[in-house]
Ligand binder design. Structure first.
Ligand SMILES: [Fe+2]
Length: 299
């Protein structure tokens, strides 16, 4: 039986869908892969319920849609030897390598708190991510939703003057900006060097659908040719516009959910939960295929 996709929001059906009729713990065929890709191009966020995935199964499902993103420099501060999970799977839990809940003073926890700001995964990398796939293994009893904003709809809804203004703008993105926004500025010289800003277009065009979207992210902290205060205020205004309720789907997690989103068309953020409860969610990330703009040559 072919898969079916049901819009998750009646009032805004073009964004976020729930997939049924498929077991993604097993290998899937070309027809299903094509249907899921088409669903991603339409909805940008897809939810699969009741998928009791192992890490190996999550990786195998992910690889149907591209190649894993791999970078030598980390996107966070956890040392490799402190990893709880194997290669290819990013740990977005609040657990340390021994399976204990992190201390609230753990620097890894500070980095995770930055994910509560609206962002697009790896926008601080020269080639930002394609899809992210987040698997909910253990879900806290309260809060912890993940919210998604449709950056295509947000772009379409801009007035003509603003569309013309943003068209050719280029931003600088860095983890330094998003962590500074929550008051976490205690970065080592190595981290500062690793998080050197990269350039991203503010308006990007989806490589498959050709639709334009706003490429915003908490990692964006400057606009080329603008003063920093002017740039930050404009980015904040645009983010407020793009994250109005009409463009947002808020995912309430159940154990066994797999949520897949296209970073090239969406932003997302984590919501609060009781940090004394375990939240075990695991992410696989697919590499994008091109930078959005030429990078500054490294001196
Ligand atoms: Fe994220």
């Amino acid at each position: 039986m072919p898969i079916s996709i049901r819009p998750l929001r009646a009032s805004y059906p073009a964004f976020a869908g729930e997939v049924s009729g498929i077991d993604i713990t097993r290998p899937i065929g070309r027809e299903d892969i094509t249907a899921i890709e088409a669903g991603m191009d339409t909805h940008a966020v897809l939810v699969f319920r009741g998928q009791d995935l192992t890490d190996e199964q999550q990786l195998a499902f992910t690889l149907n849609f591209g190649v894993l993103e791999r970078y030598k420099t980390p996107g966070h501060v956890r040392k490799r030897e402190d990893n709880r999970l194997g290669p290819g799977i990013a740990d977005f839990s609040n657990l340390d390598k021994h399976g204990n809940i992190m201390s609230p003073e753990d620097r890894v926890w500070f980095f995770k708190l930055g994910d509560h700001l609206w962002h697009s995964d790896s926008s601080f990398r020269p080639v930002p991510a394609k899809y992210s796939l987040l698997s909910g293994r253990i879900i806290p009893s309260w809060g912890a939703n993940t919210e998604f904003a449709d950056m295509r709809g947000a772009y379409d809804a801009l007035d003509a003057r603003t569309k013309a203004e943003v068209e050719d703008l280029v931003c600088e993105h860095s983890l330094i900006y998003s962590r500074e926004a929550i008051g976490f500025t205690d970065l080592t010289p190595e981290e500062i060097a690793a998080f050197r800003p990269v350039r991203q277009r503010l308006v990007r065009t989806h490589p498959v659908t050709g639709r334009k979207s706003l490429f915003l992210s908490a990692h964006a902290g400057a606009i080329l040719g603008w003063t920093v205060p002017e740039a930050r205020m404009f980015l904040r205004d645009l983010t407020e516009h793009a994250t109005q309720r009409e463009f947002v789907y808020s995912h309430a997690w159940r154990p066994g959910d797999l949520v897949m989103w296209d970073n090239r068309a969406t932003m997302h953020r984590a919501r609060r939960f009781d940090r004394h409860e375990v939240r075990d969610v695991r992410r696989t990330t697919l590499a994008g295929n091109a930078p959005t703009v030429e990078q500054e040559p490294v001196a």
